[in-house]
Design a protein around this ligand. Sequence first.
Ligand SMILES: Nc1nc2c(ncn2[C@@H]2O[C@H](COP(=O)(O)OP(=O)(O)OP(=O)(O)O)[C@@H](O)[C@H]2O)c(=O)[nH]1
Length: 419
Amino acid sequence: MPNKETTSAELYRLERAEEQQWAEGAQQTPTELLREQRERGFATLWFRPELEADFCRYLRLSGRLSRLTLLSIAFLAMAITPLIDTTLLGMPEPLVPLSRWLQLGGMIPLLLGVGLFCWKRPDAAAIELVMVLLFLGFIAGLLGQRIVDARYGFDLPVEFIGICTVTMFALARIRFWVMLPAAVVAGIAAIGVEIAFIHIEPNVNYHVFATVVLMVVAVCAGYSLEYFIRWTWLNGTLLHYLSRQDSLTGLLNRYALEDALEQAQAQAARESAGYAVAMIDIDAFGAYNDHYGHQEGDAALRRVAAVLRAGARRPLDVCGRYGGEEFAMLWMHGDADEIRALAENVCSAIAAERIPHAVSPVAEWVTVSIGVCHIGPDDGRVGLSAALRKADALLYEAKARGRNRVLCERFSSWPDDDG
Ligand SMILES: Nc1nc2c(ncn2[C@@H]2O[C@H](COP(=O)(O)OP(=O)(O)OP(=O)(O)O)[C@@H](O)[C@H]2O)c(=O)[nH]1
């Protein structure tokens, strides 16, 4: 899912690439995959690989603001501490140089660097690793200072380690299983330091107890938060696909089809590229239904749809169900001859399926008629309804000329009837 800064052109490309991936690789449609995952559950906080990659990308992009908030809080804490450590916290003077060095020389530049990285590269796969390393660096700094401070009898509020861990689970938006090992290391190191180096009784027992409680809270909060995010993503993505998919054929439904066609037209205009819009209708499908029944009719529609989907495999092509037994396609790029060849291929591929049609006036098997309106690069911006109307008129002309054929014409060769 694209982030806010993605331009509409990039967004269009991303969506098409996503749909393309689904269409090419998968045995199952997105909705089938998502439904299956919902039934299986995800108590282990893991989706099947086809979904996991998409979810991780979503988590990285949607977590950008949250991570920047976390880094801002850490930055603020680091910036404020020099003002209060000697006054409010009672840090002895000899410890101040070390503390300043760690804060101003180490943590603040590090936070600024990581902040810049999270700002500029929200989608970087390394973002989880960077956040975990920052966390471990932070903890190492705190523990180092804790050991030195204790020599001067200063009891550094070591609960900060637990609070850092809770904050990481709550705001870093990195996966639970990535954060957990770092949290365990931090917890063990914190408790180890208390027991081995700190001898300020009875505070050691209190600090150990507080660290354990905060670590348990952090882990539980991290688990339930990620479970909730996964649940929301899974249902939201399922709804997204259901609202765009024709339930019978798995192609884009009318709403999504028009949307995709408009976006493809805008893309063509940006690239000054030619394209073609096609209307496709199954021949004598009323008779097919009457003869074989609606169940068989549905099965035939699915098979025709599968062939059409295969005919729109290039990254920017579009294919959807316009309504009933009528489909629409858009082929991006290509001159009139290439477009005609694509349409002819689709027409003959459907005939080659040899879906029996005993009552067709055209052939012994299911055939289609196709009307194609080709819009050249110099035809200017053509409205979607005008392009579809011309393709539809050509389709009816193809029907009138005997069906099972392609009629392809250039948009500009038609009289302008828009006005
Ligand atoms: N099984 C099934 N049939 C459908 C569906 N949607 C539309 N139809 C049928 O498609 C048929 C369309 O028939 P017509 O519009 O008369 O066209 P046709 O019989 O294909 O004739 P021509 O287009 O002139 O070749 C009707 O019988 C509809 O019931 C569907 O989802 N499933």
